[in-house]
Design a binder for this molecule. Structure first.
Ligand SMILES: [Fe+2]
Length: 394
């Protein structure tokens, strides 16, 4: 046996000892014949030297059960989170279920049956559980958007994989920084901002299937369409289309997830932040497609609109951000005969907020009205801004 610097390793050499991480997971087992790909993997994992067998020697007999155990644990945990999230998205009626079924679960299963991807996901899980959960969420949401775009399974596969692996660079960011509840210092923020590039390098070095695309998705997922974001000034067409999808899924999952320092925002708040307060950040066409298939204003919710206070009567998938509403009071809290507006056909009426908790209780007690009663009947429809009482519009 002899020790060789990683840079001097050559394909065909046999390694003599397991390569294990801090948790004891063996990523390369003793007796493995090195390939160009596995040498690059060792380099990107930061391994500086390796013990190799000279001719005739036997490698240290490894106990490989540890690796398999870890991979199985990751696989089970990932499947459990996939089920939990799909149930939340699907059974709660949040997302159009048509696009969550079919090829998407099959692709997720295939990825979670692939050893290379499981090893990468194990590295993420063992570094930081939140990043792992987030990665699963981003994979599902990215796949959902890909299905809305009618991507073929061939295109959907790298997209969902890229969702799972987009934040792999975070394994190089200390967990104390990743989970810091307070504002990050400039130095800490700089460290976090390196994760797209380090992740991209890891994925490129792994030289697996679609390595270049996966690497681009990791590098560009914090890059904004208007040229802001990081790591570089790239705008519009320079940003890979799959990276644009992952960018939307990434921010939506982060906003709607609870952390130690923030609550989970509801979908309509995420919509407001991403659509109204983040102009220029996302691919608008993809963003509209996504939110129009997400129930952000559920039937029965009360909205404040430029036409007055209204209850949502229908929010069909494909046009969920512009639901059919029944307006029952003006902005000075004066009740009037209810009338309906299909917002998808009357673009001039804007929705300013969804009333919840105190604001909803205050409205209903002030008007002495239970708006839900309006769901039981049909009312005259207004199809033009000219027909609004007092000529109200956006
Ligand atoms: Fe990220």
């Amino acid at each position: 046996m002899r020790t060789v610097a990683t840079d001097d390793l050559q394909a065909g050499m046999m390694i003599a000892e397991d390569f294990r991480n801090l948790h004891g997971v063996a990523y390369l087992k003793a007796g493995t014949i090195l390939t160009d790909r596995s040498i690059r993997q060792l380099q990107t994992m930061g391994v500086t030297q390796a013990t190799i067998c000279d001719g005739g020697e036997n490698p240290t007999t490894p106990d490989t059960s540890g690796l398999q155990e870890h991979l199985t644990k990751t696989q089970r945990f990932a499947h459990a989170i996939v089920k939990e999230k799909l149930d939340a998205f699907c059974l709660d009626g949040l997302m159009n279920p048509v696009f969550l079924r079919g090829s998407l679960p099959r692709i997720i299963r295939k990825i979670l049956d692939t050893e290379d991807d499981l090893i990468a996901l194990t590295q993420i899980l063992e570094h930081d559980e939140y990043t792992f959960r987030h990665s699963v969420g981003v994979a599902i949401i990215s796949g959902f958007i890909g299905r809305l775009c009618h991507y073929s399974p061939k295109k959907l596969f790298p997209l969902v994989r890229g969702g799972f692996l987009h934040d792999i660079g975070k394994i190089d960011v200390p967990v104390e920084i990743l989970n810091k509840p307070a504002k990050l210092s400039n130095e800490e923020f700089e460290i976090v901002q390196r994760h797209p590039v380090t992740g991209g390098e890891r994925l490129l070095a792994a030289r697996g299937e679609n390595a270049r695309t996966l690497s681009l998705m990791a590098v560009q997922h914090h890059q904004h369409i208007d040229g802001t974001g990081y790591p570089a000034s790239q705008a519009s067409e320079a940003i890979n289309r799959l990276a644009r999808v992952v960018a939307i899924a990434d921010v939506y999952d982060a906003l709607t997830s609870a952390r130690s320092y923030k609550v989970a925002y509801k979908p309509h708040i995420a919509y407001r932040i991403m659509k109204k307060l983040s102009r220029g950040q996302f691919d608008e066409r993809l963003l509209d497609l996504f939110f129009n298939n997400l129930v952000i204003f559920p039937v029965g919710s009360v909205l404040e609109t430029s036409a007055g206070f209204a209850i949502v009567k229908a929010a069909p998938f494909g046009a969920t951000v512009r639901p059919r509403i029944c307006v029952f009071a003006d902005d000075r809290y004066h009740m009037h005969d209810p009338f309906e507006i299909d917002l998808s056909k009357v673009p001039g009426v804007s929705v300013s907020s969804l009333l919840e908790d105190i604001s909803l209780i205050s409205l209903t007690s002030r008007l002495r009205l239970n708006p839900a009663e309006l769901l039981e009947n049909d009312y005259p429809e207004i199809s033009s801004l000219d027909d609004l009482p007092n000529g109200k519009s956006a």
